[in-house]
Ligand binder design. Sequence first.
Ligand code: QAP
Ligand code: CO
Length: 205
Amino acid sequence: MILEILTYPDPRLRKKGVVVETVTPELAKLAQDMLETMYDSEGIGLAAPQVGHSVRLLVIDTRPRDEQGNVDTSGMTELEQQIPQPLIVFNPKIVKSSGRTTYEEGCLSVPTFFEDVDRFDYIEVEAMNEKGEKILLKTDGLLAICIQHEMDHLDGKLFIDRLSPVKSGRIKKRIEKQGYPTPEEAREERARRKTDRTKQEEPAG
Ligand code: QAP
Ligand code: CO
C-alpha cells in the first residue's frame, strides 16, 4: 500500500519518534508499505515520521540501479556491499563515527530541493532488525549518509535544518510563501543556479 508522504512545513515531521520495543505485525506491515512508498517515489530512504508514524523505524535501499532498474553493486564501497539491502531498521543508534563527508542531499519531504550537507564519513550503528534481533551496521559511502539523514527524521530534524542559517532560512521562507516549485520550475531554477556559479568562477572584466 502506498502511503502519503508528509512535506515541510507539516508539524508532524517535527515530532520525536518513540522507541519500538517489539516488531508487531502492524509495524512489519508499516515497514513493507514504507518500502513500497519509497520505491514508488524513487527514493533511497524513508523514515516512519515522514508517513505520519512517530516511531523509530526507517527503511533504506541505496543500491545503484541501471536504466532498466537492475541493481549494479560495482560502484558501492566494500562495507556497503557487505550489508544486505533493502534495510529495515528500528531504534538506530550511532555508537562510533569518524571523518567528515559532503553530499548533495534531497528529501521526499522537501521535494525538488537539493543542497550539500556535511555528515560523518564512517559510522557504526546499533539497531534492531525486522526479526527483532540486535544488529550492528558498520558502513561508509552513500549508505552511511542515508542512515544519518533518516535518523535525523526520528528526532524531527530535516536536512534543510543542517544548512547555513542564511541558506536554511531562504529555502524555508520560499516554501512557506510560494509552496513547492513544479518539476519544470525546479529544472529552470537549477539551470539558473548553474550559470550563477559560472559567473562567480569567471568574473566579467
Ligand atoms: C535521503 O532522500 C538521502 O526532491 C533520501 O524530487 C538523500 O530518497 C540520503 C527525492 C541523499 C542521502 C543522500 C527527492 C526524489 C528522493 C526529491 C531521497 C525528488 C525526488 C530523496
Ligand atoms: Co528525508
